[in-house]
Design a protein around this ligand. Structure first.
Ligand SMILES: [Zn+2]
Length: 740
């Protein structure tokens, strides 16, 4: 009898949830009911079996861009869409994609060691021995042949070089070795190059994703001693996509830049290695012992170098232009065919890519299959659904960026929303995106049930956040928060060009946190690994299909599109407060640091037996005028508040207007600044961008924030004006939208 209790409880909870969400934001009462029954039909069609089958097929062979496997997968995906009743085709671009010709890393002094640069096949993992695997390398490394002393630079980020400065260590003319992690990998060679290094080696330390975290593959999920993370080191924070065609679609005969002049290509050779290959190099390093926080998980004392340890790094690449196959599938909307709800996931992998990207791609296909089955019943979406499988995401978000650049004008007219996903696994809902869509995602996260615990995915995530937060105040704040908050978008997947270049509202969705391992971008990201460690049973792929599918279907059918700009206002206002604090903290820290420096504190406070170079006093931090921003935000608050009243009245009184809807989905474009961010004009969104020195990590209000962080005071003041103007533009626009 006891085992029935959870089921009854579940029924009770789901009825309660159902009763609570009788109306969906954007729908009147009658249409809410119809939408909810449509969604239960959608759910009923979802099957773990067909997700499993598609994952098995799509991860059965290596399928990096330009490989036979990638072309076969693109054709398979297109044919699946057709089978489900969608219109589908492949759109081809032509893109620069380097593959390795020569890879050599050897230590020449004080002893010799030649790096293996090879991940061995494992008998437990049936796809690990296949032909056609890309060797371990960093795409868009430069060609190079260098021999130099080696320096260990921790994670290779700007702060690490400040520590090296204080130790009196310069990497000019040296080869650096950095740990993977704590940033987008491309930041490491970029910062090394800025400091004059001639080569860069990146290795996976066991403290980050190896035996320090858990048992290693194949016994456990974490990285074994030979595992290597492949990956791109193109400087995508300048611009992503084909490096030779910034801002335009890379069609066959378009004008291309000279490769050696492409501003986002690194100039030094870069190579990723396993900790098996890094160990002899690190062990041979002399020089001072590393600071405490720099130690990794290897069983010896880490030293910084430089000195007797010399390495030889030789890399050569085939710089080929290769075809890039995007699969684009459509169902025409019955009422608003010119309003497009777009959903995408990439199809290319570094090798077999069962987790990255097939877990997300198989999910997207399952949504398409379920929607196809609904078409059979005579149903049609009101707006057009566009489902996409992107090629070339791994090297540089190639397929999605070129598609957006090639169709930018049309997309800015028609795209209502872009919904992205990528790798998915057991765990907690992660959702980031345009903040005006928070109420939409809140409604969805409270109705999708977590497969392991039978509470909503919203409740589960909230419980997790409350457990892991530190401090009573933060925990209490989380418990008191009853609305889903969206994260802000940095980069690292295919949404970048939609939101950050074209101003199209976007969401990035996925589950994670309970399937962690060390398989990322290695030959061990396989079907065997996925069903053993990441999500045996595929239930979180079904959960993702429910979340992303609801987002697509609600946006496709809404009477009035559910954009709530009061949420956007609150979020931006919070960022503005952060910036004011950032400047104040920077001022106070500079004052007190300068006081220590000027009073000779470093001379007496540091260990005199160690080499130490005292820092020099920094320029004092001026006061900046935030009032233009504060006034613009006050205005935005008013227009967002009054637009919300109009929005609610329109739904209540059934006043559906195509023009009003169009104003809502195009509003985000007002936040674009035509000149783009300083030194990276491709990024036009004034609120969200990947950080110049973080890569994946977001910088919100990046123009102002990065200028303050880089101590560019004049630029910070200019960017306050730029952002204030963008916010005023949006505010004025929303005032006009109310009249439509
Ligand atoms: Zn991916």
């Amino acid at each position: 009898m006891r085992k029935y209790i959870p089921t009854l409880l579940f029924l009770f909870i789901s009825q309660y949830l159902f009763a609570q969400t009788k109306t969906i934001i954007g729908f009147n009462e009658k249409n809410s009911e119809a939408q909810l029954s449509l969604e239960s039909l959608f759910d009923k069609n979802l099957s773990t079996k067909s997700i499993e089958e598609n994952m098995k097929i799509l991860s059965s062979k290596p399928h990096h861009i330009s490989s036979p496997g990638s072309k076969a997968n693109a054709e398979y995906v297109m044919n699946q869409f057709k089978k489900f009743g969608w219109d589908a085709q492949i759109e081809t671009f032509h893109i620069l994609f380097p593959t390795p010709k020569t890879r050599l890393l050897e230590m020449t002094s004080p002893t010799t060691y030649k790096a293996l640069l090879k991940e061995p096949a494992l008998k437990e993992d049936p796809t690990s021995d296949q032909e056609g695997q890309l060797p371990t390398y960093n795409a868009f490394s430069a060609d190079g042949d260098v021999t130099a002393e080696l320096v260990f630079v921790n994670y290779g980020l700007p702060d690490d070089y400040e520590v090296l400065d204080k130790m009196g260590i310069d990497v000019k003319g040296k080869i650096v070795i950095a740990k993977y992690g704590h940033s987008w990998r491309g930041t490491k060679p970029k910062v090394a190059q800025e400091h004059g290094a001639v080569g860069c080696i990146i290795y996976s330390d066991p403290a980050d994703d190896g035996y320090f975290r858990g048992d290693v593959y194949p016994k456990g999920a974490f990285k074994n001693e030979f595992g290597v993370q492949r990956g791109s080191v193109m400087d995508m924070v300048i611009y992503p996509g084909d490096p030779l065609t910034p801002g335009i679609g890379a069609t066959e005969d378009t004008k291309r830049l000279d490769r050696l002049k492409a501003p986002n290509l690194i100039k030094i050779p870069v190579l990723p290695v396993s900790y098996h290959d890094a160990t002899p190099l690190l062990q041979a390093l002399g020089g001072p012992v590393v600071p405490d926080s720099w130690h990794g998980g290897l069983p010896f004392t880490y030293h910084v170098g430089p000195g007797k340890t010399k390495v030889h790094l030789k890399l050569e690449f085939n710089w080929d232009i290769v075809p890039c196959y995007d699969v684009i599938a459509k169902i025409q909307g019955s009422k608003y065919p010119d309003e497009w709800v777009i959903r995408g996931n990439h199809q290319d992998a570094w090798v077999n890519g069962a987790a990255d990207p097939v877990s997300g791609l198989a999910t997207l296909l399952e949504e398409a299959r379920s929607i196809g089955a609904m078409l059979q019943t005579g149903w049609k979406p009101a707006r057009t659904l566009v489902y996409c499988a992107w090629d070339g995401e791994e090297p540089a978000l190639l397929g999605s960026t070129e598609w957006v650049e090639a169709h930018q004008k049309e997309l800015q007219q028609k795209a209502v929303l872009y919904i992205n996903s990528d790798g998915n696994e057991r765990g907690f809902l992660h959702a980031s995106g345009s903040h005006a869509l928070e109420p939409l995602m809140d409604g969805i996260a409270k109705t999708v049930i977590d497969p392991q615990t039978n509470v909503s995915v919203f409740e589960r995530r909230k419980a997790r956040e409350a457990i892991t937060a530190s401090g009573a105040a933060t925990k209490k704040k989380i418990l008191d928060e009853n609305e889903l908050k969206l994260g802000a978008m940095g980069s690292g997947s295919d949404y970048s060009s939609f939101i950050q270049h074209a101003g199209i509202p976007a969401l990035n969705l996925g589950f994670g946190g309970e399937g962690s391992g060390g398989e990322y971008h290695s030959i061990y990201d396989s079907y065997y690994d996925f069903i053993t460690f990441k999500d045996p049973g595929f239930r979180y792929e079904v959960a993702l299909a429910q979340v992303a599918g609801r987002a697509a279907l609600r946006m496709a059918n809404a009477d009035v599109l559910p954009f709530d700009f009061t949420h956007l206002y609150k979020t931006i206002n919070g960022y503005a407060d952060e910036l004011i604090d950032l400047l104040k903290n920077s001022r106070e820290l500079t004052q007190v640091e300068n006081q220590i420096i000027n009073s000779g504190g470093y001379k007496i406070g540091e260990d005199p037996t160690k080499n130490f170079v005292a820092p020099v006093a920094k320029e004092e931090v001026p006061y900046l005028d935030f009032s233009p921003l504060q006034n613009a935000l006050a205005d935005l608050k008013k227009s967002a508040d009054s637009l919300k009243v109009v929005f609610q009245n329109k739904i209540k009184n059934n006043m559906v207007s195509k023009n009003f809807n169009q104003s809502l989905y195009q509003a985000e474009q007002q936040l674009l600044n035509e000149d783009g961010l300083p030194r990276r004009a491709w990024y036009k969104h004034t609120i969200y961008a990947p950080g110049f020195y973080t890569g994946y990590g977001v910088k919100t209000m990046p123009g102002i924030r990065e200028a303050i962080e880089q101590r560019e005071w004049k630029e910070a003041q200019e960017q306050i004006i730029v952002d204030a103007k963008a916010i005023m533009r949006l505010s004025d626009y929303l005032k006009k939208a109310q009249l439509k």
